[in-house]
Write a protein that binds this ligand. Structure first.
Ligand code: UD1
Ligand code: CA
Length: 446
């Protein structure tokens, strides 16, 4: 049997934040979410999350997961105290308890699998992940005897100057034999610099303590402050960009761009500086994004061009050009070969093939057919102060500059609207319409 416990009750004082540490995002995903998702393939029988500081916020953030058992630790008297809180929950449980720190987010599932395997093969009481770091600052140091068994872990703040020189650190990821841990977990004392119960003190109380050294020290990087958070962000970003470069995506200035792990790209995509992809994006072959575009949860077909624009929860067909300075808002579907130009906002609308909305327009709650041309400054007036209304424009219609279409309204196909018109009636197919006050010209008196 395998139980997993994630320690996530701490405040994260060193983050200097209102937000609990484990909820800080890394490439768009919270630390705790990352820790939890790397355990999915291990198929544990139990999943326990120790929460305490702002427990509700942490619980809420994980509501998409099933089978989580939240354990409240109040007050937070250290990592050993957190594990004591599991005792009633794990009554009768036999097997391995895998303990994960909620602030170690880059762990790979494969490493956890190897840790458990090694632990079982060695019949150890506990095996924990360790690493040899050039700068071990902030971590507990691991002390072993000649045979390789671990004697003790000493927290950095409790180390002597000599002990601090030890570069072998505790990663905060442990595989315990639960029965044996149960015998010693109640014996912890708080005689240390933080007056807390340290889980690490169980190591010297257990019969056979082993450590399992990881090859890639980044994998076990703990996040205690915002500096470490930014180092991890950089690490993830570099990894993602190198991966996509190897698949045929060019970055003109990679350092200024960021990607999400859930984004996919075709080949020959060019990403210009200051361009960011967030959430789940699918980008087709030959797209040219940026400079200065932010694309979130959207799908772009082949050869879409998007310069200095925001595209959010939208779909864009092939050969379409967006921007500069366009804002495509959620539930918009822009068909192929169309053009959404300078300072244009599209919201919750369908735009047909080959339609052009080139300058200074707002199109909301609308359905536009194909090959339409909206003149500069055409606005769909969709809101009456209370409700939103629909605008329908049929194929081949043309609106003059500064047309206002007061919704609900339907403009027929092949209609031409004269510049400066405010239209609030449906217009039948193939009409020419203009609504404009008469021009009055008088000679001024001297
Ligand atoms: C801990 C280890 C240290 C190790 C390091 C690895 C201890 C005593 N020290 O130190 O040896 O090198 O992790 O990153 O365990 N937490 C609770 N309840 C508490 C206190 C903490 O749930 O009462 C949680 C925190 O939310 C956090 C995790 O435990 O996710 C680790 O706590 P933290 O205070 O960051 O421990 P470190 O000082 O980093
Ligand atoms: Ca930590």
């Amino acid at each position: 049997m395998l139980a997993i416990a994630i320690l996530a009750a701490g405040k994260g004082t060193r983050m200097k934040s209102e937000l609990p540490k484990v909820l800080h995002p890394l490439a768009g995903k919270s630390l705790i979410d990352r820790v939890l998702s790397c355990t999915q393939g291990l198929k544990p029988n139990r999943k326990l999350i120790v929460v305490g500081h702002k427990a509700n916020l942490v619980e809420d953030s994980l509501k998409n997961y099933q089978d989580l058992d939240f354990v409240l630790q109040q007050p937070q008297n250290g990592t050993g105290h957190a594990i004591q809180k599991l005792i009633p929950k794990l009554k009768g449980f036999k097997g391995e308890l895998l303990v994960l720190n909620g602030d170690v987010p880059l762990l790979e599932e494969e490493t956890l699998g190897s840790l458990i395997k090694f632990h079982k093969e060695c019949k150890a009481s506990v095996t924990f992940l360790s690493a040899s770091l050039d700068s071990p600052k902030g971590y507990g140091r691991v002390f072993t005897d000649e045979s390789g068994l671990v004697n003790k872990i000493i927290e950095e703040r409790d180390c002597s100057e000599e002990q601090r020189k030890n570069k072998l650190i505790n990663a905060g990821i442990y595989c315990f034999d639960w029965q044996q841990l149960l015998d010693v977990i109640k014996l912890l004392s708080n005689q240390n610099s933080q007056n807390e119960l340290y889980l690490t003190d169980t190591i010297s109380l257990l019969k056979k303590a082993l450590h399992f050294e990881v090859n890639n020290p980044f994998e076990i990087k703990g996040i205690n402050d915002r500096f470490q958070l930014s180092e991890c962000e950089l690490y993830i970003q570099e990894k993602l960009k190198s991966f996509w470069m190897s698949k045929g995506v060019s970055f003109v200035d990679p350092i200024s761009c960021s990607l999400s792990e859930d984004s996919n790209f075709g080949t020959d995509v060019i990403i210009e500086p200051q361009t960011h992809l967030r959430g789940k994006c699918n980008i087709g072959n030959g797209c040219h994004l940026g400079p200065g575009s932010v694309i979130t949860n959207s799908t772009l077909a082949e050869n879409v061009f998007a310069i200095h624009s925001l595209i959010n929860e939208a779909t864009v067909g092939k050969n379409t050009s967006i921007g500069p300075f366009a804002h495509i808002r959620p539930e918009s579907n822009i068909s192929k070969n169309s053009k959404i130009g300078n300072f244009v906002e599209i919201k919750k609308s369908f735009i047909g093939e080959g339609t052009k909305i080139n300058h200074l327009s707002y199109v909301g709650d609308s359905t536009l057919g194909k090959n339409i041309n909206l003149g500069a400054g055409t606005i769909t007036a969709n809101y009456d102060g209370k409700n939103k209304h629909q605008t329908i424009i049929d194929d081949y219609a043309k609106t003059g500059a500064n047309s206002v279409l007061v919704a609900p309204i339907k403009i027929g196909s092949h209609v031409t609207i004269g510049a400066g018109s405010t239209i609030s009636k449906d217009i039948p197919d193939r009409s020419l319409v203009v609504e404009r006050a008469k021009t009055i010209i008088r000679t001024k008196p001297d």
